[in-house]
Design a protein around this ligand. Structure first.
Ligand SMILES: NC(=O)c1ccc[n+]([C@@H]2O[C@H](COP(=O)([O-])OP(=O)(O)OC[C@H]3O[C@@H](n4cnc5c(N)ncnc54)[C@H](OP(=O)(O)O)[C@@H]3O)[C@@H](O)[C@H]2O)c1
Length: 263
């Protein structure tokens, strides 16, 4: 018996890990709904996926820092008769300025994008998944959620929230046939460090710390399908997490203050 056709909603699908997720899910026969701000990039990717994989692709260009966007995306999916079976909460960024030097509007936008919109999208797709007794949710956390806190960065706290929230949801929803995975990549080649304004510092880091988005996505996809609540892709990242996590908080604080490559 072949699997029923599923629809995947991917946020931040115009670049990096999100675009790679869209390609991977389409290659596995999923129809896709692509979300990000850059409509031209999304249209280009949608045309490629239709041509290459023959799947249905819908584009919804929107800014996820607008509190109205998550509801608008789900309304669009309902009107298009594309009930969301797979949600990849991927859109994100990190500002490089310290917390106290960042205007409140930018801090609020980061929280809206990576905390509130991520949580709201999950909340809005879960009832349908429960009804169909099948669902898969991947929330992009980061190795940063397990690493020492970065000085003045909101990002580590945000990704720690995503990690904890994903595990709590997975516990609640497993009995309903819904798997939730926090995907925790380390340094991954994408536009992330360009947007952060940290390209030069990133390029100075040793090559063995870096992964390609294809490898991150393959491991993340396998993890959520297999029902693993946390996925740390790559051997080096797994070793880093296993080394750092047991360290006392005080030592982690000192490491965080002295080892931040983007200071
Ligand atoms: N790269 C890394 O080293 C790394 C490591 C750990 C975790 N992560 C996480 O992985 C996720 C994907 O990052 P990436 O590395 O693929 O970065 P990327 O190449 O910069 O892609 C980020 C995506 O998010 C979208 N986005 C940003 N702000 C948005 C907004 N306000 N509204 C809608 N979409 C928005 C961007 O699209 P538009 O600009 O077109 O809106 C883009 O598609 C993020 O959550 C990031 O925190 C990345």
């Amino acid at each position: 018996m072949t699997d029923p056709r599923r629809t995947a909603l991917i946020t931040g699908a115009s670049a990096g890990i999100g675009a790679t997720f869209a390609r991977h899910l389409a290659a596995h026969g999923h129809d896709v709904l692509l979300v990000a701000r850059r409509a031209d990039r999304l249209e280009e990717l949608a045309a490629e996926l239709r041509r290459t994989h023959g799947v249905r692709c819908e584009v919804f260009a929107a800014d996820l820092t607008d509190p109205a966007t998550p509801a608008a995306i789900i309304d669009h999916a309902a009107r298009a008769e594309m009930p969301v079976d797979v949600l990849v909460n991927n859109a994100g960024l990190s500002s490089s300025t310290k917390f106290s030097q960042t205007p409140w509007e930018s801090v609020a936008a980061e929280l809206q994008l990576m905390v509130t919109a991520t949580t709201e999208l999950a909340h809005r797709v879960i009832p349908g998944m429960k009804q169909r007794r099948w669902g898969r949710i991947v929330n992009l956390s980061s190795l940063a959620a397990m690493a020492p806190p970065g000085e003045g960065l909101l990002y580590t706290g945000i990704k720690a929230y995503v990690l904890q929230m994903s595990q709590s949801l997975d516990m609640e929803l497993k009995p309903h046939g819904i798997h939730v995975t926090a995907l925790c990549p380390g340094f991954t080649h994408s536009e992330f460090h360009d947007v952060m304004g940290a390209r030069e510092a990133a390029d100075r880091l040793p090559g063995l710390l870096w992964q390609e988005p294809q490898d991150v996505v393959r491991e993340g996809y396998e993890a959520v399908m297999a029902g693993k609540p946390v996925c740390i892709p790559g051997k080096v990242n797994k070793l880093t997490a296993a080394t750092i996590r047991p360290l006392p908080q005080r030592l982690q604080y000192v490491l965080g203050r002295n080892l931040n490559p983007f200071k």
